[in-house]
Design a binder for this molecule. Structure first.
Ligand SMILES: *Cc1c(COP(=O)(O)O)cnc(C)c1O
Length: 369
């Protein structure tokens, strides 16, 4: 039988599904055959079981504590990934609307969200980063969002390009701000009160694939029209406490463990400090060798989570990836649509892994520059 051990683990820079804390994986392993006191594995347990409801409510409480989410918001655990949210958001907030939804087009994921929204109603692209190949983000005052817009949509961290909003864009007071935070959820504190909807699939920075957390302001729930398919109606999930149908029980459980782990690490402010330090290690090397490493993002919107850069040519890039793999630094190839290197350094990526990558980058540039 194949054995599995922590020693076999590489530094995994995958963009998602991505690295999880070892202590969380160990806990999952320890509780796999039998959830303590439950007589069976969580995988075998009814989603109506009292023990699972404790887990579901624990995961919600974990998120509420970390992000100080008030009672004005409902927290939902849904399936379908972030891409279903690309459709659910306009289905609930745009279908039948006479005014347009405003979208910021900042990279690959917001582009896909726009395509889906257009199927539901009028969309206006209020900013488009095309002119510099999605390396920058709108500055204050660059988007004119009308006071009666259906909502303003943005992606806080474009996972493929590696550009991240340093803070929320301006949004007129009565316009709901909607955010795809899939790849930077829980990487730093945020002010949930600024949002109408904030959502994130778990498999980047918050857990395994299968669950998407949707934080929605309660006054938006009545907006979904009656004729929506049941699953797409946020109200149904809110009224049923995320049990309108069977929720992804295992993914919710692991996400709950991740929130416990984050609290034990000092919460999101501590995470932000660590994430700044980790990402700076890599950006420092990019800046030290500007002729050799070409960073994609402009300096003011560099992502804390996905560090993207190119080497001078494809041969050097292939050689870099093979040296990285020989050093247990894995899954660094950029997304197929943009090429280059992408180091995804989510919360659970150990600082030592980032330091090892920074060392390799420095050595490699010294050898080849
Ligand atoms: C991964 C990702 C998505 C897509 O998530 P799925 O769960 O695969 O649908 C959407 N937005 C962002 C920012 C992502 O990183």
């Amino acid at each position: 039988m194949a054995t599995s051990s922590v020693e076999q683990r590489v530094y995994n820079f995958s963009a998602g599904p991505a690295v999880l804390p070892v202590s969380v994986l160990e806990r999952v392993r320890d509780e796999m055959l039998c959830l303590p006191g439950a007589g069976c594995s969580l995988l075998e347990m009814s989603h109506r079981d009292k023990r699972f409801l404790e887990i579901l409510h624990g995961a919600e409480a974990g998120l509420r504590d970390l992000l100080s989410i008030s009672d004005d918001y409902t927290v939902l655990f849904l399936q379908g990934g972030s891409r279903l949210q690309f459709s659910m958001i306009p289905a609930n907030l745009l279908r039948g609307s006479s005014t347009a939804a405003e979208y910021m087009l900042t990279g690959s994921w917001s582009k896909k969200a726009i395509e889906e929204a257009r199927k539901e109603g009028p969309v206006n692209v209020c900013w488009d980063g095309k002119s510099d190949n999605y390396a920058s983000l709108p500055a204050a005052g660059q988007c004119n969002v009308p006071d009666d817009a259906a909502y303003l949509y943005y992606c806080s961290n474009e996972t493929i390009q590696g550009v991240q909003f340093p803070s929320e864009p301006e949004c007129p007071q009565d316009v709901p701000l909607v955010c795809d935070a899939s790849s930077d959820f829980l990487c730093r504190p945020l002010d949930v009160a600024k949002y109408g909807i904030l959502y994130a699939c778990a498999q980047k920075n918050a857990g395994p694939a299968g669950v998407t957390a949707v934080i929605i302001r309660k006054d938006l729930l009545p907006r979904g029209s009656e004729d929506l398919p049941g699953y797409l109606q946020y109200r149904n999930h809110a009224e049923a406490d995320s049990e309108w149908n069977t929720p992804p029980t295992f993914a919710v459980y692991v996400m709950g463990l991740v929130t416990e782990w984050l609290a034990s690490q000092g919460g999101l402010a501590a995470m932000e400090t660590l994430n700044r330090r980790k990402s700076q290690m890599l950006y420092d090397v990019v800046d030290q060798f500007p002729q050799f490493y070409q960073g994609h993002a402009q300096a003011d919107c560099r992502s804390l989570m996905n560090v993207t850069f190119k080497l001078p040519n494809d041969d050097l890039q292939a050689e870099f990836l093979s040296q990285a793999a020989a050093n247990q630094l894995c899954n660094l190839k950029g997304h197929r649509s943009v090429g280059g290197i992408r180091a995804s350094i989510y919360n659970a990526m150990p600082e030592a892994g980032v330091a090892a990558l920074a060392d390799l980058m420095r050595d490699f540039a010294n050898q080849h520059a």
